[in-house]
Every structure is written in structure tokens, then in C-alpha cells.
Write a protein that binds this ligand. Structure first.
Ligand code: AMP
Length: 284
């Protein structure tokens, strides 16, 4: 069964009656195969999955695309039903709050602040973005009370932020990170790809191709990092990169001497559209 819920009060009533373990997938809607991979993993691992569709005003900056962010509830519900049909006996509760006040009542005062991650890499480009993300995810966790929650590694820094929040606040929720779903060209699926012209979509391939090139150069060996760094510096001559960085995959520290896993994280900007991508690799 797929149940659509539009208010927090209704959701709370339903949630209080649940006996099954709950899996949770928070999204901003405009669903594509990336979101659906999270849903289907959650359906595989849980009898009941709560799936939220909420364009969170708190994670958009003043110049971001909050107003024009695509809202496509009807189509999203169709995709969710298609997935549900592959999983008989399972239930999906779609929580699509009618108004932002369902999630953040008018006098809502709390912010979950993430100091370290808010200041580095993506945080430098989007001041307070990760505070907005952790605040909404915490709030949705309070409302949904899931046992497991599913996030895409597409937003790698976001995944680390949520994992850190759950550890710091000792929330009894298991965080599951899911691999990036890509087009056959290598372009990571994103709701923002639809802002791209066909030419820009072609140009965007530099992102995944550069990450692959650098990880091939590293080839699992820390001794190759200086060469990789030189390649990154050459790529960065193209000013469309917001950043292209090698960081420790757990802490996002720049210091890699003790790292066993590193992440290459990048944003390439085409017009107003910032395209995110990343790769994780083991190194010895
Ligand atoms: P969003 O609706 O953009 O906030 O994304 C909701 C969830 O879907 C987040 O956990 C994202 O990381 C995840 N997600 C978005 N795009 C992809 C993708 N291409 N592959 C895997 N997960 C994704």
C-alpha cells in the first residue's frame, strides 16, 4: 500500500500505530533513479518505508533556486507506486507536507549546527547550508522516528554531516549510504540536471571524467598523490570548477598522511547550475 500524508498530525497518528521497523528516505522530490535506488534498498530491508518529499527552505541560500526548484508530486507518486509493485506485502508512507509550517511551525527555534563540516569544501560555497540540512533531517527524524535512514553518497559531505549528527546526538538510527546512480555517460543523476542545455550536459561530463582520471592516477597508492595534485592544479585552471579536492574520506581533513580512504569531491558550475560529484578510494 502507498499512503500519502500531508500533515504532521496525521503522520504522527499513523506512526504511533506502527509495529514494524521503519526505514526512512528523506528527499526534496522531483524523483529520478537515484532517489528510487534509496527507496528500493529501504523496501528490501524494511517492511514499512516512510518517504518524505519536502523542499526544505532552510538549506537554500538567498541566491539559490528555492523558488524554481522542480515540484512534481504527481509524477513522483507514480514512480513510488511502480517501485511498490515490485515489493508485495510492503508499505510505503509518503510524507509530502502541504506547507513548510508542517515541518517547522512558525515559532520553531532550534538549529542543529555542524561546525567543522559547515566551514569546509561545499560549506565554504554555501554558508549555513549544512546547518539547514541537519536541522531538517533532525526534525524529520523526530517526526518519523525511523530505525534506519537512507542517503545517497552523491551528496557525500551531506552524508558525513548526517552520520556525525547521529553519532554526536546518540540518535538510535542506522544511517545507510547508497552509491551514486549515473547516466550511461557518467553524469551523476540530479534534479538540477534538467536546468542544463544539451551542450551544457555534454560539457558536464568533464566532472565524472576528471574524477576517474585522477583516481586512475592515484591507483590506490599514496605515493601517487603528488602527481594527482599536479593534475588537479592543471584542471583547476578552468574557472568553472568551484572546487576539486582530495580529502580524507572520513574526516574530510586535507591531511592525507594517515588516511586509508580518500575522497575526491568536486563541483563544476555551468551557468547558475552547480553540479556535484565525488569518488571514494582506498589507498595504501
Ligand atoms: P535530494 O532530493 O536531492 O535532496 O536527494 C535526496 C536523496 O537522494 C539524498 O540522500 C541524495 O544524496 C540522494 N540522491 C540524489 N541523487 C542521487 C544519485 N544520483 N544517486 C544516489 N543517490 C542520490
Amino acid at each position: 500500500m502507498v499512503t500519502l500524508i500531508r500533515t504532521t498530525a496525521e503522520l504522527t497518528t499513523l506512526r504511533n500505530q506502527e509495529k514494524a521497523k521503519i526505514g526512512f528516505v528523506p528527499t526534496m522530490g522531483n524523483l529520478h533513479a537515484g532517489h528510487i535506488s534509496l527507496l528500493e534498498q529501504a523496501l528490501t530491508e524494511n517492511d514499512t518505508v516512510y518517504f518524505s518529499i519536502f523542499v526544505n527552505p532552510k538549506q537554500f541560500g538567498p541566491n539559490d533556486d528555492f523558488q524554481k526548484y522542480p515540484r512534481t508530486l504527481e509524477n513522483d507518486l507514480e514512480l513510488i507506486k511502480k517501485s511498490k509493485n515490485k515489493f508485495s506485502g510492503k508499505n510505503i508512507v509518503v510524507f509530502a507536507p502541504e506547507k513548510a509550517q508542517e515541518v517547522f511551525p512558525a515559532n520553531y527555534e532550534q538549529t542543529i549546527a555542524v561546525s567543522h563540516f559547515n566551514r569546509i569544501v561545499e560549506g565554504k560555497f554555501r554558508p549555513d547550508h549544512f546547518d539547514g540540512v541537519s536541522t531538517v533531517v533532525y526534525r524529520l527524524f523526530e517526526i518519523v522516528k525511523p530505525h534506519k535512514a537512507y542517503f545517497g553518497l552523491k551528496d557525500y559531505q551531506q552524508f558525513l554531516v548526517i552520520r556525525q549528527m547521529v553519532r554526536d546526538l546518540m540518535l538510535p538510527i542506522e544511517i545507510v549510504g547508497m552509491p551514486i546512480i549515473r547516466e550511461t555517460t557518467g553524469l551523476a543523476l540530479s534534479s538540477r540536471n534538467q536546468y542544463l542545455t544539451p551542450e551544457q550536459k555534454q560539457e558536464a561530463l568533464i566532472l565524472s571524467q576528471s574524477l576517474i582520471k585522477i583516481s586512475n592516477l592515484i591507483d590506490g597508492k599514496k605515493s601517487n598523490l603528488p602527481e594527482a595534485k599536479r593534475e588537479i592544479d592543471t584542471l583547476l585552471l578552468d574557472k568553472k570548477w568551484n572546487y576539486l579536492e582530495m580529502r580524507d574520506a572520513e574526516t574530510m581533513s586535507e591531511k592525507l598522511t594517515d588516511s586509508t580512504r580518500i575522497t575526491l569531491v568536486a563541483v563544476y558550475q555551468l551557468g547558475q547550475t552547480r553540479l556535484l560529484d565525488n569518488i571514494q578510494l582506498e589507498v595504501v
